[in-house]
Design a protein around this ligand. Structure first.
Ligand SMILES: [Zn+2]
Length: 87
């Protein structure tokens, strides 16, 4: 005999950009997927600092839409160190 139970499983329904708040998931992806648990086609900025550094143990994680990620990349590329290397 089998008995049943109602289980509620938490799934990722949307992923929002940490900079502008827009969804990073195209509409057609949301329509054709049951959930977004394995969706990885967006910008992720992740940094963690080791113990003993100035940011001692801090860790940062930002999900970014394509537009904000591009903006960030162009900002970094415009920084003096990048320009000095001719990048
Ligand atoms: Zn954004």
């Amino acid at each position: 005999m089998k008995t049943t139970a109602n289980q509620s499983v938490e799934v990722i329904a949307d992923i929002l950009c940490d900079a502008c708040g827009a969804s990073v998931v195209p509409d057609f992806q949301k329509e054709h997927r049951d959930n977004l648990n394995d969706f990885s086609e967006y910008g992720i900025l992740h940094a963690s600092y080791g113990y003993g550094s100035n940011q001692d143990g801090d860790s940062f994680h930002f999900d970014l839409c394509e537009r904000c990620f591009k903006e960030l990349v162009s900002k970094v590329k415009s920084m003096p160190a990048c320009n000095a290397q001719g990048a």
